[in-house]
Design a protein around this ligand. Structure first.
Ligand SMILES: Nc1ncnc2c1ncn2[C@@H]1O[C@H](COP(=O)(O)OP(=O)(O)OP(=O)(O)O)[C@@H](O)[C@H]1O
Ligand SMILES: [Mg+2]
Length: 396
């Protein structure tokens, strides 16, 4: 066994990364809706912005609202009325092209949050902006148009019309918004081909398996060619194999379509496979947001740590995470012979890097943006990985 593989087999559980926790407040906007990342560089334009969103259902809602108007803070107002609010001061910012996973235990407010974003639920307090439109200020017809054209939803329970054919289910939303017959028929053919269901288009939905039904749900959501897809636990009702293949299918489609996707799940593994970033919700609050590696390396509390505890850091953490998070040393500034350097693209998992890390060898680590590769000695990388895993507080 090579030295690196020996190290891999004896590596204890990881310790928090020294940096990289993202605050849950929206990132600063840099004009024209572009947002700054943790390093201050600009990324894709902001598509959804949620500011201090709060929700209380039922008769207490008005009483809480009155208290807030009188100057009390929302959490105190809700507590004074004896309610645990489904949403409390949630802020977030979602960028164009992201798959933004929302994760948390049952009842933590995930569905309420996405329903506030698409205007199905009116928040008690706070603001939602979608592509520059304030959802709270939109008229009912503007909201309807938004949901028919710019924002689609995929549900856990499929929510299909079982007695209609696959094609009719996919066409339904296009009919409601009065698209021309020929346009919508063409669109139905196109989206059914995308989800590999062309051969099933004339079958009734109640003849299909769960996985196929959910592909119909996805085709129906894609039919209006929305900018934003909201998926509320879309794969939770499916068995693990089908679930994984649908995750792969979604990732494949996303490479082509580049939608902005909000993906609700209560499964950390699913969130890490699917999400570019993951928001962790706890009892109505947004407790942490970050990449899978950031949550794994720097869980902000025991609740987040519990979700990440059984995740496989060797698969989750990548060369890009090391490039970003390894502290610099004076050695970094020295000229090094890079002719034999082993190059690791940013998305290489640690498990695939380890066999290449031989003493004396230089390695080049690409950063997550795919530029500014860092040239370092293998020994330093091995030492850093060892340091990550030297905290005994986590199960491997
Ligand atoms: N329409 C409603 N009326 C009253 N209470 C509601 C309503 N919708 C949600 N709630 C309450 O708000 C809280 C958050 O519910 P929500 O459905 O947002 O949680 P969730 O994280 O999506 O849970 P799950 O994983 O079970 O779907 C729960 O306590 C729930 O009972
Ligand atoms: Mg839910």
């Amino acid at each position: 066994m090579t030295q690196a593989l020996q190290l891999a087999s004896t590596i204890p559980p990881p310790r928090p990364l020294p940096s990289a926790v993202r605050a849950v407040d929206p990132e600063p906007v840099l004009g024209h809706g572009r947002v700054a990342d943790a390093n201050g560089t600009t990324e894709s334009p902001e598509v959804i912005r949620v500011e201090q969103l709060c929700k209380v259902f039922g008769p207490q809602e008005e009483r809480v609202r009155r208290r807030v108007k009188a100057g009390q803070g929302f959490p105190d107002a809700a507590a004074a009325e004896g309610v645990v609010p489904p949403l409390s001061e949630v802020s977030l910012s979602i960028r164009q092209g992201e798959i933004y996973a929302i994760m948390g235990l049952s009842g933590s407010g995930k569905s309420t949050l996405v329903r506030c974003i698409n205007g199905l639920v009116q928040p008690t307090q706070g603001r939602v902006m979608v592509e520059g439109t304030s959802i709270g200020d939109a008229t009912p017809s503007a909201l309807r148009a938004l949901r028919q054209r710019r924002m689609s939803m995929v549900f856990q329970t499929f929510a299909l019309l079982p007695h209609l054919t696959v094609a009719a289910n996919v066409e339904f939303g296009l009919m409601l918004r009065q698209d021309e017959v020929s346009t919508r028929r063409r669109r139905v053919e196109d989206v059914l081909a995308m989800v590999d269901l062309s051969a099933w288009k004339d079958r009734r939905v109640d003849e299909l398996s769960g996985g196929m039904k959910q592909r119909v749900g996805l085709a129906r959501a894609l039919a209006p060619d929305p900018d934003i897809l909201i998926m509320d636990e879309p794969f939770s009702a499916l068995d693990p194999l089908i679930r994984r293949s649908l995750q792969d299918e979604l990732l494949r489609l996303q490479k082509e379509l580049k939608k902005t996707i909000l993906f609700v799940t209560h499964d950390f593994d699913e969130a890490t496979r699917i999400g570019s970033r993951i928001l962790i919700m706890k009892a109505g609050r947004a407790v942490q947001v970050g990449t899978a590696a950031q949550l794994f390396g720097t869980p902000c509390d025991e609740y987040v740590r519990a979700f990440t505890a059984h995740a496989d850091g060797m698969q989750l953490l990548t060369a890009g995470d090391l490039a970003r998070d390894m502290p610099t040393t004076p050695e970094d500034g020295l000229p090094a012979d890079a002719t034999n350097a082993l190059v690791f693209p940013a998305d290489t998992p640690l498990a695939r890097m380890l066999p290449g890390l031989q003493l004396g060898r230089m390695v080049s680590l690409e950063d997550p943006q795919g530029r500014n590769a860092r040239l370092v000695r293998s020994e330093r990388v091995l030492a850093f990985i060892g340091q990550l895993y030297s905290d005994a507080g986590r199960t491997a």
